[in-house]
Structures are given as structure tokens and as C-alpha cells.
Design a protein around this ligand. Structure first.
Ligand SMILES: C[S@@+](CC[C@H](N)C(=O)[O-])C[C@H]1O[C@@H](n2cnc3c(N)ncnc32)[C@H](O)[C@@H]1O
Length: 467
């Protein structure tokens, strides 16, 4: 058998051959790191994205193997400089300033002057980021955007941003807003992680008021914090960031992870905590025979009505889609649902609270009612040895030797989301084992998992069991 090092090197070289030949077949070059990021014609190619993931996993594992362990450990311990420096350049609009300067870049004296930052300090910050592939130092002390730093660019002119700073992230991709939120509130919160997790009085707490975020900002949950006077910019930025996240993370297996066509004509899908109803809208477009009730808080129901009046007014008029105020911690009024659908709901709640939601749904379910979650499924970092084989779709596609079963850093999306949930709400993204224990005692049983390649957002389908 090949050594791990040579097996990794083969995975990388054969993957690169596939990637380059696929681009060549489409008459395209693989995008240069020096060009701004743009969605590409091959982004939706599932086979190609699987190959890209293998190369990413192999390259990251190769670095972990080959780099001396003390270097890896010390560099990991100092990774906090990445978000800290990103926050500086995002707040100082450096990506927009460099875009306006063009491909010849800008000397640190000019960057400093235009961005209101000490030239030496901003130069050192940019060199640190450029060394980590974010921005390029194209001549001594001269920096330009590259593909990665261009993601920080809102696309607005610096003059427009400065004229109305609170609106910086309105009507943008939301990705700069997400970076700014993560490197500001989340970064300031996460430094308190050890204090919380190692505090014997609250280490096992499932209370949102005892989350790391609450400790850091000495107050209630994030949403209360955002609504406090003085946090108007943070609130708007957070809204834009959440929009960016929903654009960046596909809803994965929403349309394909369950046989929606198997439901009878006019079957009712209840979108519990459905927001304005964006999942229902996607489902309705593909499965127009279904009916939808979107249940939400009063303010969101109002926003939802406006959303549907724009997106599909006919669906509202005909009654195929209804928006109703309902608190999911109260008994469920709908007794004839074919599906109770929950997207990104249980991840906001620790088991103690999520179980209450599920019990209310079970009490109103028919024997045939399905409970469906559209959520991250956190893959184990090691092998599962077939203990979940009775659940259809539970096994991940087999990773080639010697890659980790979850492809290591390729799974960052879901493990990072899990950490965000822990820090913000004392809540969690769940592994298959955690989903199974979540539904224990609630009258539901995990039946199948629907996956789509390139996303760890899955569909978990549950059926009723006797209570
Ligand atoms: C993470 S968002 C997900 C929204 C939607 N499912 C989606 O994926 O777009 C969580 C939603 O739960 C709603 N929510 C929170 N507490 C609720 C409650 N007690 N009853 C009903 N909805 C609630 C919020 O208003 C918010 O829209």
C-alpha cells in the first residue's frame, strides 16, 4: 500500500488533471488568484465539486502530515490574528479602496491616507493577510486585491459608503457583512469560550442566557443585544450577513432529499418557524400540488405577507400558501399535516427546548405525518462502523485512502456552524447520533437522510412512533 504521503500526493495530482481538463473541455481557464472572485460557469458541476473537495482535503491533510507538529500548534494558537486583521481592513474599506485603485495596487502611504490608518500598521496587517493568501503584495509596500480579498468588497464606492456608513451592507452580497459580524461580535464573544465551558456551575447549561455571547456582552441573547440603542449598525449588518449566508450555503438536499412527489394532491406542509417562507417558496415552485402554512412570530408574518405579495401573490390569493402567527412552544393547532417542516430551527435550541417543540408537533401528528428537518448534519471526524446502517442515507460516501471520513477541513462549514451555535445560543448543529437522541422520548424516529453533494445541509426525515 502507498504511504500516506504518496497517496495524498497522487490524489492531488490526479484531481488537478481532472479539474484542468474539465475547464479545458469548457474552453475556460481555472480562475487566477489575481482576478476578483466571480461565480463561474462550472460552479454547479457536482462531479467537479467532488473532485475539488478531494483535492482540498488531500492538500490540507498533506500539510498537517508534513509540517512539524510544534509549528502547526503554535500557528494554530495564533490564528486569532486572521479575524482580528480582517476586521481592521473590512472596517477601513480597504477592499473597496484597492478596487478603486485598480490592478496596479496602492502604496501603503496612500492606503493609510485614504483609509485613515497608520501606513506602517496597515502595511503590516496587509502583509500578514497576503502571506495567508488574502490580498497580494505586488511590489514592496504596494498591495492589490486578489480573488480572496475581493470577497470583502461590497461593490460600493468608498464615497458612497462614507456618505452613509450605517447602510454599508444594504443591498450587497452580504458576505462582507458576514465577515464583519464574525470578526466583531463573534470574535469578541469567543474569547470567553474557555471561561464558560470550564466553569463547573454552567458547563452543562442549556440556557441561552448563560451562553458565551451573553457572558461576553454581559446581557441576554444576541437578538436582544442587536436591538439595544447604539447597535443599529450591528443589527443592519447582521441582517445583511444572514442574507449572505443563505446565499452562500445552498439548502442542500431540500428538493431531492425526500420524495415530495409521493405526497397526495393538496397535501399540507407546515413550515414551522418558516421565516418569510423562502423554503416553502422553493418547494412550491417545484411541487405546485402541495399546500403550505408558514407559522411564525407576528412581526415575521407581516414581513412574510409582503414577501409573498411580491414573490407569488396568486399563491396567497388562492389560499395555497397561508401565513399564520404561532409560537412553536405552544400546542400545535394544525392536526392534518402531511409534513411538519423545520429549516434551521432545532439548531437554535438545545435539546431541553427543541424536545418541547417536537412533542407539540407529535401531539398534533397523524400516524402518517412526517417530520422533516433541513439542517446541517455534522459528520463525525472518524469512522462510524455501520452503527447507523438501519437509517437510509446515513453513510457518507467513502473517502479515498488516506483521507478522513469527513474529508477534514471540507467539513468546516458544519463544524464551524456548530461552534457558532454553541457560542451564541448554547445550542448546536447535530451529528446523526445527536439527532437520534434529540428525538428520543418525543414520539419521532429518524427514518432517512437525504444528502446532496457539495453541501452538509441535509434533509432528515422522521416518522411517528407510539408515545
Ligand atoms: C434561523 S431562523 C430560520 C427561518 C426559516 N426556517 C428559514 O430557514 O429561512 C429561525 C426562525 O425561528 C423563528 N422563531 C423563533 N422563535 C419562535 C417561536 N417561539 N415560535 C415561532 N417561530 C419562532 C424566528 O422568527 C426565525 O424566523
Amino acid at each position: 500500500m502507498a504511504t500516506p504521503l504518496s497517496a495524498l500526493s497522487k490524489l492531488i495530482s490526479s484531481g488537478i488533471v481532472t479539474i484542468e481538463s474539465t475547464y479545458a473541455k469548457h474552453g475556460a481557464d481555472f480562475p487566477s488568484i489575481d482576478e476578483p472572485f466571480r461565480p463561474g460557469p462550472l460552479d454547479g458541476d457536482e462531479a467537479l465539486s467532488e473532485t475539488v473537495d478531494i483535492v482540498i482535503a488531500a492538500a490540507a491533510q498533506l500539510i498537517a502530515l508534513i509540517k512539524p507538529a510544534p509549528r502547526t500548534m503554535i500557528e494554530s494558537a495564533c490564528l486569532f490574528h486572521v479575524p482580528a486583521t480582517l476586521l481592521v481592513v473590512e472596517n477601513a474599506h480597504v477592499a473597496e479602496t484597492l478596487r478603486e485603485a485598480g490592478p496596479q495596487g496602492l502604496h501603503i502611504k496612500d492606503i493609510g491616507e485614504r483609509c485613515g490608518v497608520d501606513p506602517q500598521k496597515v502595511g503590516r496587517i496587509l502583509r500578514y493577510l497576503a502571506t495567508n493568501h488574502i490580498f497580494s503584495e505586488i511590489a514592496p509596500d504596494v498591495f492589490a486585491n486578489n480573488r480572496i480579498s475581493s470577497v470583502l468588497d461590497t461593490g460600493k464606492s468608498v464615497a458612497v459608503i462614507k456618505a452613509d456608513p450605517i447602510a454599508k451592507h444594504d443591498n450587497t452580497s452580504g458576505l462582507p457583512a458576514l465577515v464583519s459580524h464574525c470578526t466583531d461580535e463573534m470574535m469578541k464573544a469567543v474569547v470567553h469560550l474557555a471561561d464558560n465551558v470550564l466553569d463547573p456551575n454552567i458547563t452543562s447549561s442549556q440556557e441561552i442566557t448563560q451562553s458565551v455571547f451573553s457572558r461576553a456582552f454581559n446581557q441576554g441573547p444576541p437578538f436582544e443585544f442587536f436591538e439595544k440603542p447604539g447597535n443599529e449598525f450591528r443589527l443592519r449588518r447582521f441582517g445583511a450577513g444572514m442574507h449572505g449566508m443563505s446565499m452562500a450555503f445552498s439548502t442542500g438536499a431540500l428538493l431531492t432529499g425526500f420524495d415530495w412527489k409521493s405526497l397526495p394532491q393538496d397535501a399540507l406542509v407546515v413550515d414551522v418557524g418558516g421565516g418569510v417562507g423562502s423554503s416553502s417558496l422553493q418547494l412550491l415552485k417545484h411541487y405546485p400540488q402541495l399546500r403550505f402554512v408558514i407559522q411564525e412570530k407576528p412581526k415575521v408574518v407581516e414581513d412574510g405577507k409582503k414577501f409573498w405579495e411580491h414573490a407569488d401573490p396568486e399563491a396567497l390569493k388562492s389560499g395555497r400558501v397561508e401565513l399564520k402567527v404561532h409560537d412553536f412552544f405552544e400546542p400545535q393547532p394544525i392536526k392534518d399535516a402531511a409534513v411538519f417542516f423545520l429549516r434551521f430551527i432545532t439548531h437554535d435550541w438545545p435539546d431541553k427546548y427543541a424536545k418541547q417543540i417536537l412533542k407539540h408537533l407529535r401531539a398534533s401528528a397523524l400516524p402518517s405525518t412526517k417530520l422533516i428537518f433541513n439542517d446541517f448534519l455534522v459528520p463525525y471526524a472518524g469512522p462510524t462502523k455501520g452503527q447507523f446502517s438501519d437509517i437510509s442515507g446515513s453513510e457518507m460516501p467513502r473517502a479515498p485512502y488516506p483521507l478522513m471520513p469527513n474529508l477534514g477541513t471540507v467539513s468546516n462549514q458544519s463544524v464551524m456552524a456548530d461552534m457558532q451555535m454553541m457560542v451564541s445560543f448554547n445550542a448546536l448543529e447535530r451529528t446523526i447520533g445527536q439527532f437520534i437522541s434529540l428525538v428520543e422520548g418525543t414520539g419521532w424516529r429518524l427514518k432517512s437522510i437525504g444528502r446532496s453533494s457539495g453541501s452538509s445541509v441535509c434533509l432528515m426525515v422522521f416518522e411517528t412512533v407510539a408515545i
